[in-house]
Design a protein around this ligand. Structure first.
Ligand code: PEP
Length: 254
């Protein structure tokens, strides 16, 4: 049985006190309302992480993650945060390759392959994001784009290491736009990703890989998306900034 995960990506939102207040609401609601085995994750800005981990102690259904990590172990990289530092806070997850990192910070598949290695080395779980732009979908190159992101970003991993990561399929045209992929469009790509994993590794590895959908997921569309055979949860941006909306998405798996 694959792990079901609903991960919130707060992006660059919420000051320190706002973040702690929202997270406190979320852990209380998870404690009261979640009856299944799903995992809720909040990927906050770096400034919140250590405090959120402290608040989450004893709440096993909630984990904390970062939104990025540097590829190097340490060194003269002013303003950057290493995987080792993230691990030392008690965080468990790191989003890698979000389309905003690819678009605004020039992150390439080759760089993301290095980041993945470093994050795994520090025993953190990468949530590795892939997805096509609108232009790529309209040009019908979306399958090629996704395959290249897989091959260049994570298919260098051993089967053992591959088994430690989570993939998030996030069509760029659906992120923050209010335009969600239909459940059929999302399932088609998730099925494709799983088949590519089976071809590269084997069926057991493919069957065990958690693949999240992200892109304008909300309490109204989550149930239909998460009911698809190859969708194992979601990466949630905007709706993770409202405790009620986020919880209603997490509760889809109750
Ligand atoms: C995201 O940024 O990963 C995301 C899915 O955002 P939104 O839910 O706001 O589209």
């Amino acid at each position: 049985m694959r792990k079901k995960i609903v991960a919130g990506n707060w992006k660059m939102n919420l000051d320190y006190n706002e973040g702690l207040a929202l997270f406190s609401e979320i852990i209380n609601m998870v404690n009261d309302e979640i009856t299944g085995t799903q995992q809720a994750v909040i990927c906050s800005p770096f400034i919140h992480i250590h405090s959120l981990v402290q608040l989450a102690k004893g709440y096993h259904k909630v984990a904390v993650g970062a939104q990025n990590a540097h590829q190097a172990e340490s060194g003269a990289y002013t303003g950057e945060i290493s995987a080792k530092m993230i691990k030392s806070t008690g965080a468990a997850y790191v989003i890698l390759g979000h389309s905003e990192r690819r678009q605004y910070f020039g992150e390439t598949n080759a760089l993301l392959a290095q980041k993945t290695d470093t994050v795994l080395k520090h025993d953190l779980t990468p949530i590795f994001c892939i997805g096509e732009t609108l232009q790529e979908r309209e040009a019908e190159t979306h399958f090629d784009v996704i395959k290249t992101q897989l091959v260049e970003g994570i298919f260098h991993l051993s089967a053992e290491d591959f088994g430690k990561l989570v993939i998030a399929y996030e069509p760029v045209w659906a992120i923050g736009t209010g335009v969600t992929a239909t459940s059929a469009q999302a399932q088609e790509i998730h099925d494709f990703i799983r088949k590519e994993i089976a071809a590269k590794y084997n069926q057991a590895v493919a069957d065990a890989t958690t693949i999240l959908y992200g892109g304008s997921c909300n309490p109204k569309n989550a149930a239909e998306l998460f009911a698809q055979a190859d969708i194992d949860g979601g990466l949630i941006g905007g709706a993770s900034l409202k405790s009620r909306d986020f919880l209603d998405i997490v509760k889809t798996f109750n």
